[in-house]
Design a protein around this ligand. Structure first.
Ligand code: NAD
Length: 503
């Protein structure tokens, strides 16, 4: 792969349409910023509606082209497996690009990029295992069966927090099934998706099977979401944008998969090992500086251990090392956007006015070496209530609100008192209690004595305003294929159509 952080530095990147780097019709480019320094580091094309038209046309053409359409499922699987091999070979390079573009820690990105190819291999293996079924109908001399087919062009609109990882759970199955794709990555992190296209080409995917239109959400994203040439839209991002996209998709009567925000409850009972649980809660909310959709940002602690637990949580939080994302010693890097820092600051300030108290963090770090970057200290707010702004809305930053509960019923009511329903966690040694929580909590994922442990073999997805549809696992193969029912009469005699036989 020729693309590296060095080759991208100061460069101007074009759109990727029909297998070629393509200049935007407008000739306009946008700047991409390095969150660790706040400085622009490369430029990418600002696609408009005409560019999106061209990308969707290329994807439609590739979908119909026998080079892709008439490829056997086994051969498609081989291509996806080849892509996985190339990704593994270039994992560290992709990690460096991701870190430079969105400020995620290099050690986390290396681990993520080395793990992603396994997910592609998993779906590659499924390419020739998606089967239809034969249905035993109540008629003689007839076979009634289903075919599983690709659906067409899938539009994928992704956020900035983990562009390649979030793409995987839908791109890999789409390619294994035989769909074609147009991706619109976030304007805040385009580089890794563009770099991946080099590997798509090297793996041998026919031109047009995967296309990338970079640009702003309001222009490129909007044009893609409204495009009548799509068969489905996968959107990962905020609930607010998801609502707009779902409305636009409805005009074209196409289905969506919506992977939206969260405000996940993280519950701690009095029978736990405090040190282990504190580590779980800290990892659950502060990993990636809180910029994960599943962040356990509302922490409910059984009253009997509340004071001891908060003390241990604060102590552990204060030991977290903020630092440059390229340093192995950093536990938390910067936030990806300056706007995010302002948003977190304003929610913490309003939280204090609403009666919460800062027990740890609560400000930008006062360190010379971090002054230019978009950093915010990991923050514990006590005295939290569900009606406070920072407990109600997704901050997408390193802030956890903590409050005590006295009974299991109260805990369930508090956990479910949110418009989101993405993830949840519970720490207890009482398995009956954990199972009662798992059945009553309104969240698409429940973690028991662990948090943020995800696997591509199982699916993830949200309830309520966290969206709908699942990513990962075998079911996703069904979500990106369509069923066709075929009825075959082998009696050799067509009955008189106007004779109706009553039983
Ligand atoms: P965002 O909604 O601002 O943007 C996401 C994408 O949508 C970007 O590519 C953007 O350009 C595009 N977009 C913006 N406006 C658009 C419009 N009107 N039409 C079409 N496209 C448009 O989200 P973000 O700030 O990039 O990402 C953070 C959000 O993503 C958080 O809410 C987070 O919880 C969510 N997220 C969810 C999951 C999940 O799996 N549920 C995973 C990661 C992130």
């Amino acid at each position: 792969m020729r693309t590296t952080v060095t080759s991208l530095e100061g460069s101007r990147q074009n759109l990727f349409i029909a297998g070629r780097a393509t200049e935007p019709q407008s000739g306009n480019y946008l700047k991409s910023y390095d969150p660790a320094t706040g400085e622009a580091w490369y430029e990418f094309a600002d696609a408009g509606a005409q560019d999106v038209d061209a990308a969707v046309a290329a994807a439609r053409q590739a979908f119909a082209d026998p080079a892709w359409r008439r490829m056997t499922q086994t051969d498609r699987g081989k291509l996806v497996r080849r892509l996985a091999e190339l990704m593994l070979e270039h994992a560290d390079q992709l990690a460096e690009i991701e870190t430079r573009d969105n400020g995620k820690l290099i050690k986390e990105m290396r681990a993520q990029m080395r793990a992603l190819p396994d997910s592609y291999t998993y779906f590659a293996g499924m390419a020739d295992k998606l089967q239809g079924e034969t249905i035993p109908v109540n008629k003689l001399d007839m076979i009634n069966f289903t075919l599983r087919e690709p659906i067409g062009v899938v539009g994928m609109i992704t956020p900035w927090n983990s562009p390649l990882m979030l793409l995987t759970g839908t791109l890999a199955p789409c390619l294994a099934i035989g769909n074609t794709v147009v991706i619109k990555p976030s304007e805040h992190a385009t580089a890794s998706t563009l770099a991946l296209m080099e590997l798509i080409t090297a793996a041998g995917f026919p031109p047009g099977v995967v296309n990338v239109v970079t640009g702003s959400g309001r222009t490129a994203g909007d044009a893609l979401a409204r495009h009548p040439g799509l068969a489905k839209i996968v959107f990962t991002g905020s609930t607010q944008t998801g609502r707009t996209i779902a409305r636009n998709a409805a005009d074209n009567l196409i289905p969506c998969q919506m992977e939206l925000g969260g405000k996940s409850p993280h519950v701690v009972f009095g029978d736990v090992d405090i040190e282990r649980t504190v580590n779980g809660v800290v990892a659950g909310v502060f990993a990636a500086a809180g910029q994960t959709c599943v962040a356990g940002s509302r922490c409910f602690v059984e009253a009997g251990i509340y004071d001891r637990f908060v003390e241990a949580l604060v102590e552990r939080t204060r030991k977290i090392t903020l630092g440059h994302p390229m340093l192995e010693t950093s536990d938390i890097g910067p936030l990806a956007l300056l706007d995010q820092v302002s948003k977190v600051e304003s929610y913490v300030a309003s939280g204090l006015r609403e009666g919460a108290s800062v027990a740890a963090g609560g400000r930008r770090p006062q360190r010379e070496d971090l002054a230019k970057g978009w950093y915010y200290e990991p923050t514990v707010l006590t005295g939290a209530r569900n009606d406070m702004g920072f407990m109600r809305d997704e901050l997408f930053g390193p802030v956890v609100g903590v409050m005590p509960f006295s009974s299991e019923d109260e805990m369930i009511a508090l956990a479910n008192d949110t418009r989101y329903g993405l993830a949840s966690g519970i720490w207890t040694r009482d398995i009956d209690r954990a199972m009662r929580f798992a059945t009553k909590v309104d969240a698409g994922t429940v973690w028991i004595n662990t948090y943020r442990s995800a696997a591509f073999m199982s699916s993830m997805g949200g309830f309520k305003e966290s969206g709908y549809g699942r990513r990962g696992g075998f079911d996703v193969m069904r979500e990106f294929s369509r069923v066709k029912n075929v009825v075959l009469d082998y009696s050799g005699a067509m009955q008189d159509p106007f004779v109706i036989r009553l039983k």
